[in-house]
Ligand binder design. Structure first.
Ligand SMILES: C[C@@](CO)(OP(=O)(O)O)[C@H](O)COP(=O)(O)OP(=O)(O)OC[C@H]1O[C@@H](n2ccc(N)nc2=O)[C@H](O)[C@@H]1O
Ligand SMILES: Nc1ncnc2c1ncn2[C@@H]1O[C@H](COP(=O)(O)OP(=O)(O)O)[C@@H](O)[C@H]1O
Length: 292
């Protein structure tokens, strides 16, 4: 049997929601949002090795079944959609905190779709890949398009934007916030008036989920009230991570290093282009045998 080379490491970056407003609710229960996504240079890494047997395997340090992993779901979706006969061994090196609102699962799915589209020679456009990805999660299309974006609808109406790219301190309170439970909360504000991008650009940015999450999870409230002493601070997505922007890495690191011992966190740089898309533009990183 042919031993195929290993391709990777491929980056799977996190995102922050710099603002998040809920402007309505659809008949199917899903909420309409206006949100601003920006990537950060904090990433998981994925490795791929093609196989001839059609089977999709995933090796990772996660403690739930591979079948439930969005990477396997993404690979299977593409394989079926393009009638690919080959399989793939995938290895995930997970670095990003999970359930923190920084989008690691959606990003992993998008990285799998983008890289396998190339390795399996499916040749789907970004628009087609984003449509496939939307079946896996509302945030997947943003990671497929790979540019900072103002998103509306459930995240599928995307307008690429260029915005400031500061350094961030991201704090990760030790709680897992379920997206579904936040959207199901009776006190969640659901009728923030819709505004244009121009109006929002000059607004004092907020997150409509923050008040409820901080009320239910005191750890989130504690992280916010600590960080806000240094700079304006907000929650990303449905939490639990909170962040604040700084002009320099040095300033951000000095704040991070003073954090309370019970809160983990990291410093990262904002990127208007996804680190994965930068990598995809450089074919030379495609083959590497050091992965598995
Ligand atoms: C709100 C965001 C902002 O980035 O939060 P985070 O998950 O990143 O924190 C995302 O769009 C989340 O996207 P994602 O995490 O993919 O959500 P999904 O799996 O599609 O949905 C999980 C559940 O949340 C609810 N849901 C999700 C998105 C939405 N616009 N309205 C909803 O009501 C639905 O009940 C759904 O069953
Ligand atoms: N590859 C993956 N990485 C992380 N989480 C995953 C993955 N595949 C499935 N999941 C599931 O998605 C949930 C949310 O993960 P994640 O994307 O990290 O959080 P968030 O949506 O809050 O940013 C996890 O708790 C896990 O059950």
């Amino acid at each position: 049997m042919t031993q195929h080379p290993i391709s990777g490491p491929w980056l799977s970056p996190a995102k922050l929601n710099l603002f998040l407003y809920i402007t309505g609710q659809r008949d199917n229960g899903y909420h309409d949002l206006q949100t601003l996504f920006q990537f950060i240079d904090c990433c998981d890494q994925l490795y791929f090795q093609l196989t001839d047997d059609g089977v999709i395997n995933l090796e990772s340090q996660l403690d739930f079944p591979a079948e439930d992993n969005l990477i396997v779901k993404a690979a299977r979706l593409l394989q079926q959609y393009c009638a690919v006969s080959r399989g793939v061994n995938i290895k995930l090196d997970k670095q990003l905190p999970m359930g923190g609102g920084i989008g690691g699962g959606s990003s992993n799915a998008a990285t799998a779709l983008l890289v396998l589209n190339r390795l399996w020679q499916c040749d789907l456009s970004l628009t087609e890949l984003a449509q496939l990805g939307l079946q896996l999660g509302a945030d997947v299309p943003i990671f497929i398009h790979g540019h900072s974006a103002f998103a509306e609808g459930v995240g599928e109406q995307i307008q690429a934007v260029d915005i400031d790219d500061p350094w961030y301190v991201v704090l990760h309170p030790d709680v897992h916030v379920s997206t579904q439970s936040v959207f199901g909360h009776p006190e969640l504000p659901r009728n923030t008036p819709k505004r244009t991008w121009q109006q929002l650009l000059n607004d004092n940015w907020q997150n409509d989920c923050q008040e409820i999450v901080a009320k239910v999870y005191p750890e989130v409230a504690q992280a916010l009230s600590w960080l806000v002493e240094y700079a304006p601070s907000r929650m990303t997505g449905t939490g639990s991570c909170v962040f604040a922007a700084f002009a320099t890495e040095r300033e951000a690191l000095s704040v991070l290093n003073k954090r309370p011992k019970n809160i983990s966190g990291f410093v990262c740089k904002a990127c208007n282009q996804s680190p994965l898309h930068r990598q995809l533009a450089n074919e030379k990183t495609l083959l590497n045998t050091a992965g598995f």
